[in-house]
Design a protein around this ligand. Structure first.
Ligand code: NDP
Length: 317
């Protein structure tokens, strides 16, 4: 059996990765920060045998040696997917809250694998469009997050170049990730960062005025999750960086898709003649590599928004 360690198992994207790993037959171990989150994940998969899905606790990825025990396993791991990294815009201490967990978390897991998990063939790292984006495109509140993702990815490529470990790496670089949240990890107050705009729209927070989109590229969470799994299944994905995006969007497009898919929410939505802020002369994008190497076929915004709203209504938004 092929065995995978997935870090940050309680995350929005990771919850979908778990499902795809299990569907594709991988034995899956997730890292979580607490017993409670680990138990919730297992309870949400009641028909999955214990040897197919389990968890280990890694409380803080920024701690020295945080992954040293987690990467040891019997039978040993074949692959590691590293998603754990802070993603929010509530910056108190940029170094402690963002840079350390992103950068030390990434180098820490690579060091631990090199020292204690020689069977690992590939590590797939969740990077970001934020690590591709030219500096001047970033909005202020996202600068610290963007730096954390840029330096973490750079540290990973530098590690491989310098240390020449037994494994190779691949990075998945998504822009804004939208899509359904899993019911067992979410609540009204704790909706993951990238879906918050959809929650805000359906709660009527943009009824008077649509908030600035801030970013204009998006991708469905299920396509991002599949990209991670394909990146371990496809031999030639090693050593590559995958920009995974379905294309452009604006908050106005989200509003119009909600108007169509969920007419009962009309009274919370801004008027249909509200303007879109999608710039006319926007940068060009190229996601060919993700389609050709990983075989991704991107979901359209219509499907993603409809499914996202359904899931948010289920968790009580
Ligand atoms: P979530 O916030 O839902 O997931 C983040 C995960 O990382 C959670 O499991 C969280 O644990 C864990 N984590 C954060 N800090 C630490 C820490 N110090 N120690 C241990 N675990 C930690 O966000 P997403 O699922 O959206 O993000 C997953 C990855 O995808 C991140 O690397 C993010 O940068 C990247 N990404 C996300 C995009 C998006 O639009 N969603 C876009 C581009 C990249 P806990 O739940 O316990 O806090």
């Amino acid at each position: 059996m092929v065995k995978v360690l997935l870090t940050g198992g309680s995350g929005f994207i990771a919850a979908h990765i778990v499902d795809i790993l299990l569907e594709h037959g991988f034995d899956t171990v997730v890292t979580v920060r607490s017993e409670e989150k680990g138990k919730r994940i297992l309870e949400a998969h009641p028909n999955t045998p214990k040897d197919k899905l389990s968890y280990v606790i890694v409380k803080d990825v920024a701690q020295e040696g945080a992954f040293n025990e987690a990467v040891k396993s019997d039978p040993p791991f074949d692959y590691v997917l590293h998603t754990a990294s802070p993603f929010h815009f509530n910056v108190q201490d940029p170094v402690k809250d963002f840079l350390d967990p992103a950068i030390k978390g990434t180098t820490g897991i690579l060091k631990a694998i090199k020292s204690y998990a020689p069977s690992v063939k590939r590590v797939v790292i969740t990077s970001s469009f934020a690590a591709i984006l030219p500096g001047e495109e970033a909005t202020d509140h996202s600068k610290v997050y963007r730096a954390s993702k840029t330096f973490a990815e750079k540290a990973a490529w530098d590690f491989v170049a310098k240390e020449k470990p037994n494994f190779d790496i691949a990075t998945i670089n998504p822009p804004l990730v939208l899509g359904p949240v899993v019911h067992y990890l979410n609540s009204l107050e704790a909706i993951n960062t990238s879906n918050q705009r959809v929650r805000n729209i359906i709660q009527g927070q943009m009824k008077e005025q649509i908030a600035p989109s801030g970013t204009y590229l998006w991708v469905d969470v299920r396509d991002v999750a599949l990209a991670h799994v394909r990146a371990i299944e496809v031999e030639k994905a090693g050593g590559q960086r995958f920009f995974v995006t379905a294309g452009y969007f604006s908050n106005k497009d989200i509003v119009e898709n909600i108007r169509q898919s969920h007419p009962k929410l009309e009274s919370n939505l801004p008027p249909s003649d509200s303007p879109s802020d999608l710039p006319e002369n926007i940068y060009k994008i190229d996601n060919t590599r993700s389609q050709e190497v990983l075989g991704l076929k991107y979901r359209p915004l219509k499907e993603t928004i409809s499914d996202t709203v359904e899931s948010l209504l289920t968790v009580g938004v």
